[in-house]
Design a protein around this ligand. Structure first.
Ligand code: ATP
Ligand code: MG
Length: 221
């Protein structure tokens, strides 16, 4: 397995409210650390928002493998994320609901990341959201900030419905890169819907395990 560079890599996770960002982040931390890649979480969910269900709150009550820190204000975020990212490891930034408002923390997260993962649910409206993220990156580029690569991750995918395939096709046709791995909607007793507050299950071959591998490949290459 190729090694991450000494400075590590930073991955920002963005997307609409309730798209599964924090659930995914918790599992990624657990899988990476279980497989020997040091990883820390940085929770950039806006303060004042409901703490319950946040990555930070989860790490307080369960073992996610690596520690989770609260992100500082936008102006200090990039430096802090760089400082917290372990050597040869991953700094994973979780965010609140995506909003394109210049100067907000989402912009700071884009600027601090080497790779941005946009969580999208299988609905046509997500094409618009992806466009909004792209616009934010263009705004950053216009002021001289190096913009990260953008990957789209399909979440809450209902395996029996055709909507995921259509969303994937629409997004791909629009020029976006959609990750191979999809996070299925899983509402069962041991499903991802029940994961908050528990230690994530490390299941080789599970969607979260495959996602951890695919993302690690993406930041290692
Ligand atoms: N793959 C999944 N299948 C079913 N339910 C899920 C899945 N992932 C997350 N959930 C549930 O959906 C809700 C939202 O998930 P989560 O908190 O991870 O989303 P989020 O994007 O972090 O939300 P927010 O924008 O509010 O931070 C939670 O109740 C969670 O348990
Ligand atoms: Mg969240």
């Amino acid at each position: 397995m190729a090694r991450l560079p000494a400075g590590g890599r930073r991955i920002g996770v963005i997307g609409k409210g309730g798209s599964g960002k924090s659930t995914t982040c918790g599992h990624l931390l657990a899988h990476w650390t279980a497989e020997g890649t040091p990883a820390v979480g940085i929770d950039a969910d806006d303060p004042g928002e409901q703490e319950d269900g946040s990555l930070y709150a989860w790490s307080d009550i369960a073992d996610l493998g690596g520690p989770v820190y609260r992100a500082p204000a936008a102006s200090r975020l990039a430096d802090e994320v760089r400082r917290l990212t372990p050597a040869h490891g991953i700094g994973l930034i979780d965010t609140g609901a995506w909003e394109r408002k210049s100067g907000n923390r989402h912009f700071a997260v884009l600027a601090a990341s080497d790779l941005v993962v946009l969580a999208v649910q299988p609905t046509p409206i997500e094409l618009e959201r992806a466009g909004s993220v792209l616009k934010a990156m263009e705004q950053l580029e216009a002021v001289g900030v190096a913009v990260p690569r953008l990957l789209l991750l399909m979440t809450m995918v209902n395996r029996s419905a055709s909507s995921a395939k259509e969303t994937r096709e629409d997004l791909t046709a629009a020029g976006f890169t959609v990750m191979r791995t999809e996070v299925p909607r899983s509402d069962g007793r041991d499903g991802y819907a029940q994961a908050f507050g528990r230690t994530p299950r490390i299941d080789p071959g599970s969607p979260m395990a495959m996602l951890a591998d695919e993302l690690l490949d993406e930041v290692t290459r």
